[in-house]
Design a protein around this ligand. Sequence first.
Ligand SMILES: [Zn+2]
Ligand SMILES: [Zn+2]
Length: 138
Amino acid sequence: MNPEIARYCQECNEYHSLDITPSLTELTCPHCQTKWGTITNPDDIFDYCPICQCRQFYLSKDFNQFLGCLVMLIGIVLVPFSYGLSLPVFALIDWLLHRRVPYIINCYRCGCEFRHFQTSRKFKPFLHHIGLKYDKYR
Ligand SMILES: [Zn+2]
Ligand SMILES: [Zn+2]
């Protein structure tokens, strides 16, 4: 899978994701072509956020994928046959959710999401005291 950067585009007010290829340096919205930013260091994209130049990132579960699993979960729960099975089924779903929902890396300042990037950097989950610093930008 290609790495991708996803964010809400402020111009078209929609969530879009952009495939990042090695030759790509100028990031533009795939929908309205608004410039999002520039990749200045393709070897280490997490040196600076290409969109807002922030240097801090955090790890989170991929919420979009999580929603996908949730929809699946509701589908299963609504099947009448699952009544007697609900506990083992929920245990299974819980396990699936934890296993299947991948991690993504988020920028603290602009909130953009990085998927499928290979990096040797280690990121930590969201830390509230760091998040507070960036609240004013959101
Ligand atoms: Zn746009
Ligand atoms: Zn950013």
